[in-house]
Design a protein around this ligand. Structure first.
Ligand code: F0G
Length: 337
């Protein structure tokens, strides 16, 4: 498959001769989830966005944001991030020959994401503060310096991310009743809605936030958000109004799931469906299990990032490695016992 600008160019703001920065993102697998389907009595599918080149859905937005930045003559890109945007911005900046600068909350991003941003040669800056503070700072910086802001406040990000909605509708022949999706800064749910509206086919949007970081559920910003799902540890989403408007227009809902429910879904996906996603992604499935399919016949859950992004959380899940002597009798005992 080509990258998504090439695949969907007539529905994206790029002319035939515009520069394209791509790692062949998009066209991710949509897999049936038989165990979940039985649990909630609906046909449940998982959209594996962790199969994108840097392991998250951010690549869909980043190919567009970085391509547009190159078109505008930018020399550097910057973002605030809970980790995945940083990894993706760093990769696409490297690909484009631009400088990449990423601002992250100190100690609060998953190990794999940090490794990615550093490996791609971005300048990684850890602030003593949370994502919301980081975003406020980079917005101020990008306002007064010639450096392209590639957070989802950049409309090109949403343009790219809306293509996931196109893919879903194509693969399901338009038969989609509900979309379960984790919500952090609320860019992705806004982008999906844009894609559905442009396709004139709109499922219910069921958005899920972590209980300790659920400003949209509470109706007020959360000053000190906390959750095991570090990707969505966000207290004041930038796309607040658009996301809520999308929820209303789709007759959907935004609800909270606890960290325990998120981790239950995270383990269930890995053990029962064979799909390893990161904790934030599992919020979509946690929500589906908690609230049910509510009459929807076909449901898609967006698994936004790969499980390998966050090895520390995975290794904390109570699975023990079995030590064994390098000897056949000992091996037989542990294998067959
Ligand atoms: N899932 C994952 C794995 C994410 O990394 C994010 C956001 C979301 C869900 C929520 O998407 O913000 O569009 O509502 N991560 C951003 C980042 C904030 O910096 O990587 P959203």
């Amino acid at each position: 498959m080509p990258g998504l600008i090439e695949r969907y160019r007539e529905r994206l703001p790029f002319a035939p001769n515009d520069p394209v920065v791509t790692l062949h993102e998009g066209s991710t697998p949509l897999v049936a989830a038989p165990f979940l389907s039985e649990q909630v009595d609906a046909r449940v599918y998982l959209k594996l966005e962790g199969a994108n080149p840097t392991g998250s859905f951010k690549d869909r937005g980043m190919t567009c944001a970085v391509s547009a930045a190159v078109r505008e003559g930018a020399r550097a890109v910057i973002c605030a991030s809970t980790g995945n945007t940083a990894a993706s911005a760093a990769a696409y900046a490297a690909r484009a020959g631009l400088r990449g600068v990423v601002i992250v909350p100190d100690g609060k991003i998953a190990t794999g994401k940090l490794a990615q941003a550093l490996m791609h040669g971005a300048r990684v800056i850890a602030i003593h503060g949370n994502f919301d503070q980081a975003l406020t700072l980079v917005r101020a910086l990008a306002d007064s310096h010639p450096i392209a802001l590639v957070n989802s406040v950049n409309d090109f990000r949403l343009e790219g991310q809306k293509t996931a909605a196109f893919e879903l509708l194509e693969e399901l022949d338009g038969e989609l009743d509900a979309l379960c999706i984790p919500v952090g800064n609320a860019g992705n749910v806004t982008a999906y809605w844009k894609g559905f509206v442009e396709s004139a086919s709109a499922p219910r949007l069921l958005g899920f936030q972590a209980e300790g970081a659920a400003p949209l559920v509470r109706g007020a910003p959360v000053a000190a958000p906390e959750t095991v799902a570090s990707a969505i540890r966000i207290g004041n989403p930038a796309r607040w109004e658009e996301a809520m408007a999308a929820m209303t227009a789709s007759r959907g809902a935004i609800r909270a799931v606890s960290d325990e429910e998120i981790l239950d879904a995270y383990r269930l996906l890995a053990c029962r469906e064979g799909v390893f996603c990161e904790p934030a992604s599992a919020a979509s499935v946690a929500g589906l299990l908690k609230y049910g399919a509510e009459g929807a016949r076909t449901v898609a859950c967006v698994l936004t990032g790969h499980g390998l992004k966050d090895p520390d959380t995975a290794l904390n899940q109570d699975h023990a490695v079995i030590a064994c002597e390098a000897e056949i009798g000992a091996l037989e005992r542990v294998v067959l016992g």
